[in-house]
Design a protein around this ligand. Sequence first.
Ligand code: ADP
Ligand code: MG
Length: 350
Amino acid sequence: MLEDKNQERTSLSELGEFGLIDHLTKHFKIHHTSTVKGVGDDAAILNFSNEQVVVTTDLLIEGVHFDLSYVPLKHLGYKAVMVNLSDVYAMNAEATQITVSIAVSNRFPLEAIEELYAGIQTACNNYKVDLVGGDTTSSNVGLVISVTALGKAIPEEITKRSTAKAGDLLVVSGDVGAAYMGLQILEREKAVFKVNPSSQPDLEQYSYLIERQLKPEARKDVKSILQSLEVLPTSMIDVSDGLSSEILHICKNSGVGCNLYEDKIPLDPQVISSCEEFELDSTTIALSGGEDYELLFTIKQEDFPKIKANPNFSIIGHMTEEKEGAHLITRANTKIPLIARGWNALSSED
Ligand code: ADP
Ligand code: MG
């Protein structure tokens, strides 16, 4: 469906490993003074003076985390960076550097890897992060990408998962569930395409969902918005596995319970209409879908007036004593236990 049949194909072996690394990395700009030396030595050199450094890494495997039949390589490169930056932002830190390691099979021509790096470069430019290293090797299974991101923050600003208190309000940025519905649309179109390769799907009505799946944006802006509102979250996590799973992480790590209100969960109209079309319950999708890359955080009750009218955020519940457990309060005002059914990389169960 998204394949370009007229691609040029330059074999990776024409460049060799070092030629390839040079070719892929030479156009990347350095944005941070903390980057003393980037690509080109045995190791990068970084200098963070007095700030604390956060480090996070993610591994993406073809066939497990992405499907190249409908994910363009450029988007894949962009998304691989986003999922890592999202983890840095979830610490309330500023993302500064990344490293990118790839394992490629010779079924990929140079042009394909260039596409991947074009996406990585766009992400680096849009989010002002420096590519400072990585590793390049061959693979005989498929494409593997691992990104490591570094960020910095003063210690008082860093927000962990473990510091929410009973009585705090639970807040989420943006809206949730759209990326999962985007995946449902893409899977459906892939199945249609297999039967009829000349089909030209009209995906306009699903544009937001597909964009959220293929080109997610990490919430770099949340830190500065909260700073301008003079709100420091008491805990924070990014929504990669689905809202319920992330809420339960905060509950478990902080030793608190939670009441989440179904009618407060922010949903885009396209999520609501596509859930109707697929006969799915939109609350279940919001709770278990994942890949939203929004930020979920808790704030002190006294900060309520500063947040309540802000269009970037929705107050979706509050934390309770641990013994009260974690619950969803439904629209019908029934209280049901919150369970994690988000993506679990180690289980094949749904
Ligand atoms: P070494 O043999 O010391 O591991 P490499 O030849 O793998 O060094 O890498 C040379 C330089 O290129 C290093 O700075 C490394 O971080 C960088 N590099 C290697 N592969 C990549 C990649 N895929 N993306 C970005 N930088 C890379
Ligand atoms: Mg190496």
